[in-house]
Design a protein around this ligand. Structure first.
Ligand code: CTP
Length: 397
């Protein structure tokens, strides 16, 4: 999958640097030629000898090395790569590439390169959450740099949170996708709905579903990486916009419905939003006050339009329509019925129970259901669910 591809692997300083050895091994297994570049501080965590032995390549480190410059100048080193991976990427190195600082070989290569770049950050949770790091990452994403991770979990420093290096296999697979964009998916227009909808009760209250929007967001990122033209219709969420996608922000189901219908025709629709099925029929124009002599409040609800079904029934129906389904009981029967009722090609089914509550989580355990049957998927990250969904889409389109 990576045959004839040259990957420049930049290793920066951090505890996770030793994991770059596994990445080298995996990239080479996949057929890539790996040219390693190490910063000075990375050599405190992993030896150039091990890096060189595993990559069977010279390790580049010095900007002003006469031998290296005469054998292969740093501009050539940058330009000959099909992909540059920074793994692990420290907060300091991310700052350097964001600011355009070139004070060593690794950062100068990033400045001189005009190829795809994949950054795998790994750092302490507070460093990752620091406003300076977030701003730099946001800027780099808008410039088209690809990111993988960091994951959430316990770290070498003993703290728990976001900052762990992404799984090596995830980094390798993301590299494969970046270097082998699917011809079938490339340039196809995909409409994705994500997040909850807010149904106003009065100017200060609303009714909503439990949804963070993370799964739809991950699907949008994967579709952008696959070279698709992505429109993400997003309900209220704290997530950042997906770089490379057109993001339309909506609040209520009616707004989401109008935005989606207005986007037809599209090649694919993926409805991931947790749309509220009902909305208050007559939302208060002013804040509704509590009545003194009653403990009850009756609100009359009216049904919202079904966006997934209306897309599936549209006269300009997308070639492939995929929905999500959240079920708590009689899963198989309910899903079979939902597939028919909504006229969609596949449903990604979430079984909600005490032991599986995907709302807000980074992981998800779902099943893939078509009229051919039900395929259970294991508990995986929402990014991996997105990737599996794209693999299925590629077969269907
Ligand atoms: N959906 C939609 N518009 C709605 C309700 C749901 O587009 N008004 C979509 C969701 O985005 C999802 C699919 O329909 O892709 C199934 O959503 P789900 O909540 O599981 O089912 P409902 O249609 O709401 O049916 P029920 O609540 O009766 O299970």
């Amino acid at each position: 999958m990576l045959k004839n591809k040259t990957i420049l692997l930049i290793i920066t300083g951090g505890i996770a640097a030793y994991k770059s050895l596994d990445l080298i091994r995996r990239l080479r297994e996949l057929g890539a030629e790996v040219r390693p570049v190490m910063t000075k501080s990375s050599a405190q965590f992993v030896t150039p000898l091990s890096v060189s032995a595993l990559s069977e390549s010279k390790v580049y480190g010095e900007l002003f090395s006469l031998t290296d410059e005469s054998e292969m100048g740093h501009i050539r080193l940058a330009r000959e790569a099909d992909l540059i991976i920074v793994c692990p990427a420290s907060a300091d190195f991310i700052t350097k590439i964001c600011r355009g600082i070139g004070d060593d070989l690794a950062s100068t290569l990033m400045l001189a390169a005009d190829t795809k770049m994949l950054i795998a950050p790994a750092m302490n949770v507070k460093m990752w959450e620091n406003g300076a790091t977030s701003d730099n990452v946001r800027t780099l994403k808008t410039r088209g740099h690809h990111f993988v991770g960091p994951d959430v979990g316990s770290m070498a420093c003993g703290e728990i949170g976001a900052g762990r290096l992404a799984d090596i296999e995830e980094i390798a697979q993301k590299s494969v996708r970046l270097l082998n964009p699917s011809e079938k998916l490339k340039d196809k227009h995909v409409l994705i709905t994500a997040g909850p909808t807010h149904e106003p009760i009065d100017p200060v209250r609303y009714m909503a579903n439990n949804s963070s929007g993370k799964q739809g967001h991950a699907i949008a990122v994967a579709c952008v990486d696959a070279g698709m033209k992505v429109t993400l219709v997003m309900g209220p969420s704290h997530l950042e916009d997906v770089p490379g996608a057109d993001v339309i922000h909506v609040s209520s189901a009616l707004e989401m419905h109008e935005a989606c219908m207005g986007l037809m025709p599209a090649d694919v629709a993926i409805c991931c939003a947790a749309v509220a099925d009902w909305r208050p029929e007559s939302p208060g124009k002013q804040k509704i006050k509590k009545e003194e002599n009653t403990d009850h409040w009756d609100i009359r609800f009216i049904k919202n339009p079904d966006i997934l079904r209306d897309l599936s029934m549209h006269k300009k129906r997308p070639k492939v329509v995929i929905g999500f389904a959240a079920e708590t009981d009689k899963v198989e029967a309910n899903v079979k019925q939902k597939l028919l009722k909504k006229n969609c090609d596949a449903l990604v089914v979430n079984e909600i129970s005490d032991w599986h509550d995907p709302f807000g989580s980074d992981n998800n355990q779902v099943g893939w259901v078509t009229n051919k049957g039900h395929e259970p998927w294991p508990l995986i990250t929402k990014q991996e669910v997105a990737q599996r969904l794209l693999d299925k889409l590629e077969e269907m389109i």
